[in-house]
Design a protein around this ligand. Sequence first.
Ligand code: TA6
Length: 317
Amino acid sequence: MGHLAMSEQKFSVEMAKDAHGLDKVVLNEPRGASAQVHLFGGQVTSWKNERKEELLFMSSKAIFKPPKAIRGGIPICFPQFGSCGSLEQHGFARNRVWSIDNNPPPLPGSSVENRAVLDLILKPTEEDLKIWPHSFEFRLRVTLAPGGDLTLISRIRNTDTKPFTFTFAYHTYFSVSDISEVRVEGVETLDYLDNLHDKQRFTEQGDAITFESEVDKIYLSTPTKIAILDHEKKRTYVLRKDGLPDAVVWNPWERKAKSMTDFGDDEYKHMLCVEAAAVEKPITLKPGEEWKGRQELSTVPSSYCSGQLDPSRVLQG
Ligand code: TA6
């Protein structure tokens, strides 16, 4: 791309191989922002701004060897968020190789003009149907807009003859300078289920969330906008979501970081998961029905967010 003058840079969507030989797709937009998506997991594994800064966290110890999920980027948790019953933790969508969807059905409200667009599809294998006996088509559209906003739209259709129920999350790993100088706005005063206390229900206190120890909370029925403020970088991530009422906030902190082989002992200092999710109220689809869940990620200078994401005000936003 270096040989093209800025004005000549275009949108592009290119197949490539990563250093481990895994297939990935690289999306570029004219001002220099980019994203990459591994077909394994249908997982966004990089999102860079115009200055080529990596905005998503990827563990230096991530294992790029299927079926182990890649530790970082935006793993997709389907057909289950969390671990219950016979399915593995967070379901199996992130452990499967997805295919390019060359002929996606129209997606109202999602323009393909003036942006880089990738459509992927996942259908269950015979093996999958043994562990989760429901036929589905899961279409994922990843778009990179001018200036670098990143949108993921999931469409899950029940192609079976009986209803099925699922939970879902975009398990987004944000890169942060120093977790002790990060604030989350938009979930104040909300109820949450605390994974560190047997999923008991609590109510969050009234001010922005900060981090001094392990946090693993499922905030319920949150506003559509949540902000993650990185003080040192003077950068705010804004997560907008639709069809995903809940939001999971997770930092493993020191002890749990040490217990994960695909995660560096100190890496908890430089990441925060804020995950658009549907957990409290599982989604049930009748045969032929389709569910859509969307998240849009953008960055703004931090001054944008001081107090502007007050939940009472965001709902008017
Ligand atoms: O999203 C938070 C969480 O459910 C945590 O409880 C922790 O288990 C994290 O997901 C990572 O899960 P994974 O299966 O990717 O190691």
